[in-house]
Design a protein around this ligand. Sequence first.
Ligand SMILES: *Cc1c(COP(=O)(O)O)cnc(C)c1O
Length: 429
Amino acid sequence: MTESIPLFPATTPESAAITFGTPLYLYDLDVVAESHADLVAALPEGAVIHYSLKANPHPEVAGVLAGLGCRAEVSSTGELDSALVAGFAAADITYSGPAKTALEIGQALSAGVTRFSVESVRDLETLVAVAHTAGQDPAGAADPIEVLLRINADRPVPGMGLAMAGVSTKFGVDFAQVLQDPQAFQDAGRVRITGLHLYMGTNLPTEEVLLGQFDAALAMCGELAGALGRDFEELDLGGGFGTPYAVPGERPGFPGLRAGLEKLLDQHVPTWRDGGPAVSFESGRYLVGSSGTLVTSVVEVKESKGQQYALLDSGIHHLGGLAGLRRLPPLRPGVLRLSGDGRDEEPTGRTVNLVGPLCTPLDQWGSPSDLPQLHAGDLLAVPNTGAYGLTASLVGFLSYPAPVEVVTGGGRPTTASRAVFTRIPVERT
Ligand SMILES: *Cc1c(COP(=O)(O)O)cnc(C)c1O
């Protein structure tokens, strides 16, 4: 057997740092494709997968998932643009999110989007009104518009850390409200309620919690079909498939999930295998989280009043803006050394404060005590940062340039680009 030689050798964090300088994000498109294959294998045969662009809207990263047949789940006009640039067809985009304005719904309709997740009676009324106006325009398309009604469960699912459903929340319509007032959720004009949207939480760690959530979701689907007097064409059961975030570790497989889900579907939706509703899922972090690495350099190591600080060229403006919202676990970057001279490889046992360049003491990733002694010029890498990295951070604060984003793999030449946060003149509305 001849070993195949990759056409374009993979760029490593070290080689990318030499070529492009730090700080940088490196995304490996082969890992995105592998993650997708793992998720497909964990879900029922024929399941539709949405890629949630908020995890990482980079057009090449999202483009791999468009090429693999995912749909896109977007929540802003910027994410809509990114999805279209990445190669998703407008018909394969679901526009979701609370507080959608008439303006953004109008922009989505003009771009050809025909599927919306609706989060309230007001949201539905706005969509109906804007679709009606757009339908009057002879130049405008008048395709049917599909609505997935986003439901907030009555109770939280056991084992879910930060619940986004089953509690009082801005997301979705309370289950009880739909049962009480089904008349408020009816078709109007070309807007048709075709399905349900049941996303409940993020980064769920175990199959047990995932299955508990899907069981609760499917039980609601049956009751809602009865209350609304219709058969649904699509059940979007959400997701929340967990994977390590900004810490070392392997992306988990979910070996029992497919069989568990198929059993639940057979129980709750016996027609799902033939002619029944399409079953769809959503994922951001599982699909792209393990594809990314943030590479940063130590600029200086200094002492202050008995404590050690490693000052890095990256910080919470590139990773961990969500830490301020207490959504980021403590970071433990793995140390990579360019020189490889073997000095100081042993952990010091002494705490080092990993701090960034921003003029706020909050710009700190953590204070690990298991790192070797750091020196100016050392390269550090934060693994598993392909999701909720750059665009989940405080990119505008202190006006530092964004890190370079290097994309490797996918059988293509490596690319590098930098996002800019810029000011443009705006006309009066
Ligand atoms: C954020 C979000 C997702 C993606 O969640 P992950 O944990 O990244 O998979 C999916 N659906 C909705 C509605 C979301 O808000």
